[in-house]
Design a protein around this ligand. Sequence first.
Ligand code: SF4
Length: 463
Amino acid sequence: MTTARVRAVFVETWGCQMNELDGRRLVGLLLHEGYREALSAEEADLVLLNTCSVRDKAEQKVYDRLGRLALMKRERPGMVIGVCGCVAQQEGEHLLKRAPYVDFVLGTGRIEALPTVLRRVDEEGDRPVEIGFDLDEVAYSPGSIAHALPYRAAITVIEGCNKSCTFCVVPLTRGRERSRRLSDVVAEAKDLVEDGVVEVELLGQTVNAYRDPDSGKGLSDLLVEIGRLPGLRRLRFVTSHPRNFDDRLIQAMAETRTACRTLHLPVQSGSDRVLGRMKRQYTREDYVGLVNRLRRAMPELALSTDVVVGFPGEGENEFAETLSLLQEIQFSNVFSFTYSPRPHTAAARWERDVPPRLASERLARLMDLQQDIQRTINNGLVGSRLEVLVDGLDRKGGRLSGRSACNRVVNFDGTGARVGDFVDVLVEKGLPNSLSGRLLGTPLDKSAAESLDCQRGDGCREV
Ligand code: SF4
């Protein structure tokens, strides 16, 4: 009797946390179908490119990668190539025409159809294009996600976006907002925590627009329900839109012991004129007012943001307003990019009046300023004790590394800690992008760590 060879899948993912999670969903669905996960495209029978189209030249990068896979496929004609994610959603049929060696295209709203699509490829020689969205459902099977880590997991709570920011392709690639049932999300979180997950991150393009389709309950209710699950230590959510952040959510965050004192709140620009052209639906004053309310409720809150530099209509004055906003808010981290027109967006039809070179210069100025801000903030943490969840070794491979509850990277000296442990670290040095310190004592066991009297919520205590 011959044993059938187990087919191997390799998923290559670009982009945000939602794409990362989608990548694990793709793997999980195939593990259920009897595949194994390969470590590289070279050893895989099926290669899935899980693509992102948020940044410039995304499609080009996909076609470049596909070109290299095509050479591989020439050597191994049985190899199957699928394109998934946002570029798949955006390009659809066009992808098959332009890349004849691609076997199928699977959009962001059709992940669950992967096994069926593969059967059509294998058994019918079809080249399916599965794109589009169910109007009000999120097709999502929590049981078939191959989470990458045993102690940390993400959960999608809402898909899509109903905003129409003029630079953004997400409403096209992810569709309209669809929220999952609150009871389903809580049950998923409970299962994960019972399996040993201690840190849960709730995901959505506009996660704070979440609404339970049955009861209308919002993200604040989800935080409260999930936040009290026994065994859960850290609860995060991303990405929030300032317009959807109400006082109930601030209160729920402040009162939920496990809700980390960290928040990603994209501002995009400090200029009202630019914010208006972006259709962000808030002013600088609205944003600053929200940050003030958040900090009144949670003084230790670490805020991060996104900024687009060189958006059409951004003159030197508007850019200066963005710099002054960074000074005013003192973000702990800023993800900044030069503007690049995305296909099918409103802003892509506008004149590009900020030359790319000028935009790059502005970006460099902004990053310099932000590095100074971060150095100052991180220096202020010297002498603090942080509770760190260990992720492994630092980039150089010589020291242990992990994240504090306030989402800072902490590299530290010490022995005896393992990946997934909570440890107490004394911060000895603040760098612009990380903290450096040393391990205090042995790893905290769960019960000891849970009993820490953590006044600041982010695990920071003065020594
Ligand atoms: S709110 Fe975010 S995801 Fe939605 S359109 Fe604006 S930038 Fe894109």
